[in-house]
Design a protein around this ligand. Structure first.
Ligand SMILES: *[C@@H]1O[C@H](CO)[C@@H](O)[C@H](O)[C@H]1NC(C)=O
Ligand SMILES: *[C@@H]1O[C@H](CO)[C@@H](O)[C@H](O)[C@H]1NC(C)=O
Ligand SMILES: *[C@@H]1O[C@H](CO)[C@@H](O)[C@H](O)[C@H]1NC(C)=O
Ligand SMILES: *[C@@H]1O[C@H](CO)[C@@H](O)[C@H](O)[C@H]1NC(C)=O
Ligand SMILES: *[C@@H]1O[C@H](CO)[C@@H](O)[C@H](O)[C@H]1NC(C)=O
Ligand SMILES: *[C@@H]1O[C@H](CO)[C@@H](O)[C@H](O)[C@H]1NC(C)=O
Ligand SMILES: *[C@@H]1O[C@H](CO)[C@@H](O)[C@H](O)[C@H]1NC(C)=O
Ligand SMILES: *[C@@H]1O[C@H](CO)[C@@H](O)[C@H](O)[C@H]1NC(C)=O
Length: 443
């Protein structure tokens, strides 16, 4: 989608090749993501993404009081029933864990996951959609002394956590177990071999602001998930299952890594422009929008959430799918996507218009009274050419290093958003008019 990669000079590609050795995409997913950042800069040290698709804990905490016992790798002995250690990955991660251990007798190794430190324990925090209790734990059972390797089953993929509590269940107080290795195969951003290859950047003289921006960018990455790892519906009463099919393609953007792990167009109101300026790869957005068109209702309305949840009945979320479509086209000029879905877009516009109350004609009734004044809608009329050019510059491949120049510091702050363009037609009438609005004047 971003042809700039083809234009990278050879010497960058070569230096990247040695750097990314050993990195990989998720399982059998075809790699389609960028190989390296659009251009290098000091802001890269703020990127939270792991360097590799395989992550490890950084320290061991006490379950009793959450204080640090030691760094990891290190000694990790468990002895007797319910003895436990908490492994801290140092940041939010998600995927499939593998644990190697040595046991002296029969029992079970329990695994429990939490995002926040205040929920660590022998139960995972809540993600399954019932929210009646926590999600419980999963177990690696062993019947005799020996060396074991346990890898979680794919449906048990844990989408978002920082703390992994490992505990021993035995019928006695003498059986002991040593944890010898822990690795986590990261599931998110499945089509990227280099999880740090951001196409946008942010840098200011406020370190707090820089961290906030990169936390947001990393959150978007953790929300780009393999399409067959959505939360299972109907919600389970206990445990968890992330084996739901979310939509087409290899990667799709969901509302949250841990939960709901479903496509929510309302969240995409923020996520689509944010993905564009930070990660810069809109493939997950495209697939999330496509699944809305694939599940458009007979009356033209879009679902409130993607499958398998397929919640219905939100006028605003219906419009967020339309706004998401507009933004996606604005950022990518993916006219093939537009041609494919144009009839659906028109039906969606019709469905929305038929619900609108006219502010000038009191005889017209409907449910979308505020539609002509919400920022959400008028925003589509605000993105003038200057605004678009500014945003596309954010991911421009006009690399400082390519030009042989030193990085001159953060770019000049952008101008204020341009005033609403009174000539912007609404609704948009056909693909060529949308294209014209979105691009031709920017060219
Ligand atoms: C925390 O608990 C551990 C035992 O797990 C104990 O050794 C340590 O002294 C405790 N630390 C604090 C600060 O209470
Ligand atoms: C675990 O390690 C401790 C200390 O290194 C050792 O005493 C114990 O025998 C080990 N247990 C197993 C099952 O290997
Ligand atoms: C623990 O004891 C129960 C009840 O006797 C038995 O069913 C179970 O198999 C035992 N577990 C192990 C790991 O020996
Ligand atoms: C494995 O061990 C756990 C904890 O003791 C137990 O709840 C579970 O039933 C066991 N699973 C199997 C298949 O034995
Ligand atoms: C082992 O610990 C678990 C968790 O605290 C508890 O539910 C179970 O009853 C204990 N088993 C034995 C045999 O004490
Ligand atoms: C864990 O065990 C597996 C199977 O024996 C082995 O291939 C792998 O290298 C071990 N991992 C580590 C980090 O030792
Ligand atoms: C997903 O997991 C749930 C819970 O284990 C199970 O009931 C369901 O059949 C699974 N679905 C598929 C498609 O494997
Ligand atoms: C957008 O795509 C269309 C169709 O491929 C093309 O004609 C047009 O020049 C493109 N616009 C921009 C700004 O790249």
């Amino acid at each position: 989608m971003f042809s700039m990669f083809n234009a990278l000079p050879l010497y960058i590609v070569l230096s990247v090749a040695s750097y990314v050795r050993g990195q990989s995409c998720w399982r059998d997913t075809t790699c389609s993501g960028p190989l390296d950042t659009a251009f290098p800069g000091p802001w890269q040290s703020n990127i939270y993404s792991p360097e590799s698709r395989v992550a490890s804990p950084v320290s061991i905490l006490s379950l009793a009081n959450a204080s640090v016992i030691s760094s990891w790798p290190g000694s990790a002995p468990l002895q007797g029933n319910a003895s436990a250690l908490v492994f801290d990955f140092g940041k939010e991660v998600g995927g499939i864990a593998t644990v190697n251990y040595t046991a002296s007798g029969a029992g079970a190794l329990g695994l429990a996951f939490t995002e926040a430190k205040n929920w660590i324990g022998l139960w995972s925090d809540s993600s399954n959609g019932k929210f009646e209790y926590g999600d419980g734990a999963i177990y690696s059972n062993f019947s005799q002394a020996g060396d074991y390797t346990y890898t979680m089953d794919l449906p048990r993929l844990r989408g978002g956590f920082r703390y992994l509590t490992l505990f021993l269940i035995t019928n006695d107080t003498v059986t002991n177990l040593n944890i010898t290795a822990i690795s986590l195969e990261i599931g998110f951003q499945p089509t990227w071999s280099n999880l740090q290859a951001y196409q946008g950047y942010f840098d200011s003289n406020d370190e707090e602001l820089n961290k906030i921006w990169y936390s947001g960018a990393y959150t978007l990455q953790t929300n780009a998930v393999p399409v067959d790892t959505g939360r299972w519906i109907p919600a389970l009463a206990s445990g968890w299952a992330n084996n739901g099919t979310l939509g087409p393609g290899d990667t799709i953007i969901v509302d949250g890594a841990k939960r709901d792990r479903a496509v929510w167009p309302g969240d995409m109101g923020v996520a689509v422009p944010s993905t564009f300026v930070s990660i810069g790869d809109l493939t997950s957005v495209k697939n999330a929008l496509q699944v809305m068109y694939d599940n458009q209702n007979a009356d033209g309305s879009f679902p409130e959430a993607g499958p398998p949840l397929l919640q219905q009945g939100s006028d605003t979320y219906h419009m967020w799918t339309m706004i998401g479509t507009y933004n996606y086209l604005l950022f990518t000029n993916d006219t093939a996507f537009l041609e494919q879905n144009w009839n659906g877009y028109l039906r969606a516009m019709e469905a929305r218009s038929s619900k609108a109350i006219s502010l000038t004609d009191p005889s017209r009734t409907g449910t979308v009274a505020a539609m002509t004044t919400t920022p959400a809608i008028s925003r589509t009329h605000m993105a003038g050419p200057a605004d678009r050019r500014r945003r596309s510059r954010t991911i421009s491949s006009d690399s400082w290093s390519r030009a042989g120049r030193a990085y001159p510091g953060p770019p000049t702050p952008p101008n204020a958003l341009p005033a609403r363009n009174p000539s912007c037609p609404a609704p948009l009438h056909n693909p060529s008019s949308l294209r014209k609005n979105a691009y031709d004047s920017a060219a």
